[in-house]
Design a binder for this molecule. Structure first.
Ligand SMILES: *[C@@H]1O[C@H](CO)[C@@H](O)[C@H](O)[C@H]1NC(C)=O
Length: 232
């Protein structure tokens, strides 16, 4: 008599095994994705010393905000070939930005899944919550002064032109663009998760739909350009 008996397998052990292998598959997939994204971000990051660039832009264009912005964009477009990083060279492409209760205008120089670089500011001054983000933020002050404060501090932090305010991911502060202030803002991390914060005030308060459409269109366009050249 030949019997083809295998070790007994009950439905319970079968489903435990398949759940285990399903979890392992997902852990593997997410690990591969994570390594890939970290690597892509590392390889193609805008690694120009942005702090140095902001300082030389200020030194070369005293009291000329527009000159500083042109200087920065010219430097970056000369540094990075279009096959490596897509930069938006249209220095007139400004739009309102309402977020965290603060209001100003921005010009998107670069946007991808893992980083963005914008000019943000207002000649009037504004104040609000930085937001709690999945990206590290480097706020290079070009003109004016930014003030900031976190609960527990009883004195303000003061960031004058030429300085940089670093806000690590998952931290938040109250901030103020004191009177007229413009900054070069670089964020690095998971940018798509920052977008709800960027749109919430428009959707729930200003209802400025043309600005919403324009912001979504330009952000999407820049991210897509970068994806197409393989810059994540
Ligand atoms: C861009 O700016 C950086 C930092 O100031 C500087 O080292 C570099 O030489 C500049 N590149 C160009 C092409 O102007």
């Amino acid at each position: 008599m030949v019997s083809s008996k295998k070790s007994p397998t009950t439905p319970a052990t079968k489903s435990a095994q398949s759940a285990g292998s399903c979890i392992m598959r997902w852990v593997t997939r997410l690990t591969v994705l994570g390594v890939f994204i970290a690597l892509a971000g590392y390889l193609d990051a805008i690694k120009a010393p942005l702090h140095e660039l902001a300082q030389s832009a200020i030194a070369a264009n005293p009291d000329d905000t527009s000159g500083m912005i042109n200087y920065i964009v010219k430097n970056l477009t000369e540094t990075y070939p279009v096959t490596q990083i897509r930069l938006n060279p249209d220095v007139n492409e400004w739009m309102f930005n309402n977020a965290g209760g603060a209001m100003g205008a921005m010009y998107i120089i670069h946007a991808s899944i893992t980083e963005y670089l914008i000019i943000f500011g207002t000649p009037l001054g504004t104040e609000g919550h930085t937001g709690l983000h999945t990206a590290d933020d480097y706020f290079h002050i070009l003109v004016g002064e930014q003030w900031a404060f976190a609960p527990g501090a009883l004195e303000l932090e003061r960031y004058p032109a030429g300085s940089v305010h670093v806000l690590p991911r998952f931290t938040a502060k109250q901030y103020k663009m004191h009177e007229g202030c413009f900054a070069l803002e670089y964020a690095r991390g998971w940018i798509p998760l920052m977008l709800p914060f960027g749109f919430a005030d428009t959707v729930t308060s200003t209802l400025d739909l043309p600005t919403f459409g324009r912001t979504a269109w330009i952000t999407g366009r820049e991210m897509l350009y970068n994806l197409l050249i393989g810059k994540i």
